[in-house]
Design a protein around this ligand. Structure first.
Ligand SMILES: O=P(O)(O)O[C@H]1O[C@H](CO)[C@@H](O)[C@H]1O
Length: 294
C-alpha cells in the first residue's frame, strides 16, 4: 500500500470516471445516498426499480471484506425519490487507505447526491442507552484524525472542496430535527436518542479502560466507521444525517460478564431492521431537495 496522502488519494478524474461509468449504466439520477451499517443491509431492499452493481465490477471501487456488508451499490427509488445505497462499507481495519474508504462519498457527490444518510452499528457508552436504541448523531470524535489519519490528508483538489473545511456544522440540524419529529410520529420515542459518536480504528473491540476514557471524553457511542465518510461528504458539500444503532453495551465494569462480539452486532441489526427502514424512508420523503430529479 502506498503511504498515506500520496498516490493512495484518488484523483478527481478517477472519481469522475467511476461516476460517469455508473451514470452510463443507469437512468437513476440519485439525490439521496444511503450507507448501510453492519447488519443493516436490508435498508437497500427498500428501493424500487433497482439497478445493482457488485463492487468488484465498478471501476476503482474497493471490495467489502466484512461479514454483514454485502458489497453492492444499489440504485433505485424510495417513495419516488431517486436514491443510491451502499450495501456494505469500508473500514480502516480492512487495511484500506483512509482515502479509499471515503472514495464512495466523492463518487456520490459526482452522481448528483445532495444528502447522505449514514448508518452504523455502535457500542453504547452512555449508561442510559439500551441495546436496540437508535442514536441520532449530533457530532463525532475522530480519534484516528488526532493521529493524522484524516481522509482529506494529502494534496487538496479544490474541485471537491476547500483545504480546511468546517466541521462544527457537519451534522445537519434540520435533518436531526426531522428525525426526532418522524421518530415521534412513528412511536419510536422510547428508543430514539441523540449523542456523540467516537470512531476508532478497530478491529479489536475496546478495553474496559478505553470505554471509560471515551465516555469521560464525551462520547455516547463507539464504532469503527462513519466519521471519515462524514468528513469527506462535508468536504464536497453534501448534507449529512447519521444514526447509530446501539447493538451492544460497551463494557465499562471489571465485574461484567459481557463480551462485545460481531454476531450480537448483526443480530441487533435484524431486530431493528423494520423500524430503521421506516425511519429512513419517511425522512427521505419529507426532505427538501434542490435538484429537479427529486
Ligand atoms: O460501523 P459499521 O460498518 O456499522 O460496523 C460496526 O460493526 C463492526 C463491529 O461489529 C465494525 O465494523 C463497526 O464499525
Amino acid at each position: 500500500e502506498t503511504p498515506r496522502g500520496t498516490s493512495a488519494m484518488y484523483s478527481y478524474e478517477d472519481c469522475k470516471a467511476t461516476a460517469d461509468w455508473l451514470l452510463a449504466q443507469t437512468s437513476v439520477r440519485p439525490v439521496v445516498g444511503i450507507v448501510c451499517g453492519s447488519g443493516m443491509g436490508g435498508l437497500a431492499d427498500m428501493l424500487k426499480d433497482q439497478v445493482a452493481f457488485n463492487y468488484k465490477d465498478i471501476p476503482n471501487f474497493p471490495q467489502s471484506t466484512v461479514h454483514g456488508h454485502a458489497g453492492r451499490l444499489v440504485f433505485g427509488t424510495l417513495k419516488g425519490r431517486p436514491c443510491v445505497c451502499m450495501q456494505g462499507r469500508f473500514h480502516l481495519y480492512e487495511g484500506y487507505a483512509i482515502q479509499k474508504i471515503t472514495l464512495p462519498m466523492r463518487i456520490f457527490s459526482l452522481l448528483g447526491v445532495e444528502t447522505v444518510i449514514l448508518t452504523n452499528a455502535a457500542g453504547g457508552l452512555n449508561q442510559d442507552f439500551k441495546v436496540g436504541d437508535i442514536m441520532i448523531m449530533k457530532d463525532h470524535i475522530n480519534m484516528p484524525g488526532f493521529a493524522g489519519n484524516n481522509p482529506l490528508a494529502g494534496a487538496n483538489d479544490d474541485r471537491f472542496g476547500v483545504r480546511f473545511p468546517c466541521m462544527s456544522d457537519a451534522y445537519d440540524r434540520e435533518l436531526q430535527q426531522l428525525a426526532v419529529d418522524v421518530g415521534q410520529e412513528l412511536g419510536y420515542g422510547d428508543f430514539l436518542r441523540e449523542g456523540v459518536y467516537c470512531v476508532l480504528g478497530g478491529p479489536s473491540f475496546e478495553t474496559i479502560a478505553e470505554c471509560r476514557m471515551l465516555h469521560k471524553l464525551g462520547a455516547d457511542a463507539v464504532g469503527m466507521s462513519t466519521a471519515h465518510e462524514v468528513i469527506a461528504a462535508r468536504h464536497c458539500g453534501m448534507r449529512v444525517f447519521a444514526l447509530s444503532l446501539i447493538t451492544n453495551k460497551a463494557v465499562m465494569d471489571y465485574d461484567s460478564e459481557e463480551k462485545a462480539n460481531h454476531e450480537e452486532v448483526l443480530e441487533t441489526g435484524q431486530h431493528r431492521a423494520i423500524q430503521l427502514e421506516k425511519l429512513v424512508s419517511t425522512m427521505v420523503t419529507r426532505m427538501e431537495y434542490n435538484n429537479t430529479n427529486a
